[in-house]
Design a binder for this molecule. Structure first.
Ligand code: CTP
Ligand code: MG
Length: 381
């Protein structure tokens, strides 16, 4: 059974350290409120079903303006004087719908990479709590009055980030029974005796705390956007099914190729390599090498997706057109989108699969084979 996942975003703070005239979660970055970016970062993950935001009672108008046009939001609830109090209010608002898993996130971390959510949800298959963190790398010192006093061993020390992911019922109980306030939800979970796993955090997921953080965000806001295209053709041969977009479709012929001849997945893979300017599928997986013979094309796409992540990009969207007279693609498009989305680690809403005939013209029109073309956009914040 798939688990239901709801994100809880705490946005009830005053942002006193950041200054700037209005609470930091409502300030604009590249024309978009910080809070809207944080909400979108969570909703971009296929597993996140809904987002609950906790706001300050003074901010209702700011909130409404910030979330205009966003879908998947539950009605906002009001927070309390401390972060813990705000989280508790949010958790209690979710008690009726009670998701299996809750991801508790700071509104002030708008640059959350999808990979962190993947890491957390993978860990929650076995653990009841997990959070992203980065090992401390700088030397640490206790100081006072402007002078160093005593060194602090940094071994085993981590900097915690959000979202912090928990089994919903357990973290709700931990909050309801807590007697002392805590800086974050891991601290509360630990007080409640829960084991909380550490997963890889990401430097990009920093918290906007001071004006210097906003300056950094603005400097880095010249987004790096790359577009790539891919094209592929495979000829028909004898057989009873074709594989397109990872989905096996019964047909009067099969497609001929060194691998499984999944022309759509090949076009998509080449679009990703193209956007990175890292060659093409043939360079990464030479047809001359016997080990790729009959290979499922997932491994090609997975390699491209891995390269995208290594280079620090996220896949914003993929659009693929399959050109053939038959088989009919429409009935299988949803399954293909789901399969490609799974392999890319993004929501199916970001994948488009369309089809066209070529009006009986040319090799596709003569039913000699199938062609596919794909376009992708990659983004690095
Ligand atoms: N937060 C909250 N309720 C509070 C305090 C904080 O919902 N009573 C939220 C903030 O809105 C923020 C997150 O918790 O998204 C992390 O807190 P922090 O970075 O400290 O934000 P602020 O409290 O707003 O900032 P400051 O401490 O500088 O006033
Ligand atoms: Mg604070």
């Amino acid at each position: 059974m798939t688990q239901t996942v709801t994100a809880l975003i705490v946005a009830a703070g005053r942002g006193s350290r950041a200054g700037g005239g209005l609470p930091k979660q409502y300030r604009l970055l590249d024309g978009q409120p910080v809070l809207a970016r944080s909400i979108q970062a969570l909703l971009a993950h296929a597993s996140v079903g809904a987002v609950q935001v906790v706001i300050h009672p003074d901010d209702l108008a700011l909130y409404k303006a910030a979330v205009q046009g966003l879908e998947g939001l539950l009605p906002p609830v009001y927070g309390g004087d401390t972060r813990s109090a705000s989280v508790l209010n949010g958790l209690e608002a979710l008690a009726d719908s009670a998701p299996d898993i809750v991801l508790i996130h700071d509104a002030a971390r708008p640059f959350l990479p999808l990979k962190i959510i993947d890491n957390l949800l993978a860990e929650l298959q076995t653990a009841r709590g997990a959070f992203p963190a980065l090992p401390v790398v700088d030397a640490l010192w206790h100081g006072g009055g402007g002078f160093a006093e005593a060194p602090q061993n940094r071994a085993g020390l981590y900097r915690a980030q959000t979202p912090q992911a928990f089994d919903f019922a357990t973290i709700l109980k931990a909050h309801q029974t807590a007697t002392t306030p805590a800086d974050d939800d891991v601290a509360l979970a630990r007080m409640h005796g829960m084991n909380v796993a550490i997963v890889d955090g990401d430097e990009r997921n920093y918290k906007l705390t001071t004006q210097a953080d906003f300056d950094r965000a603005e400097r880095g806001s010249t987004m790096d956007i790359r577009t790539g295209n891919g094209f592929d053709v495979h000829a028909f041969t004898t057989g009873d099914a074709v594989i397109l977009g990872g989905v096996k479709i019964p047909h009067s012929h099969a497609l001929l190729g060194h691998s499984d001849a999944d022309v759509a997945m090949h076009a998509i893979t080449d679009a990703l390599f193209g956007a990175l300017a890292e060659g093409d599928i043939g360079q990464w997986f030479p047809p001359s090498e016997a080990r790729w013979k009959g290979a499922a094309s997932d491994i090609f796409l997975q390699k491209a997706v891995e390269r995208v992540a290594r280079r620090g990009f996220s896949i914003s969207n993929i659009d693929c057109t399959i050109i053939c007279e038959a088989p009919k693609i429409g009935p299988h498009a949803a399954a293909m989108r789901a399969e490609i989305a799974k392999l890319c680690g993004i929501a199916p809403e970001r994948i488009s699969i369309k089809a066209t005939t070529s009006e009986k013209l040319g090799f596709t029109g003569r039913k000699e084979g199938i062609a596919a073309m794909a376009t992708t956009t990659l983004v690095k914040l």
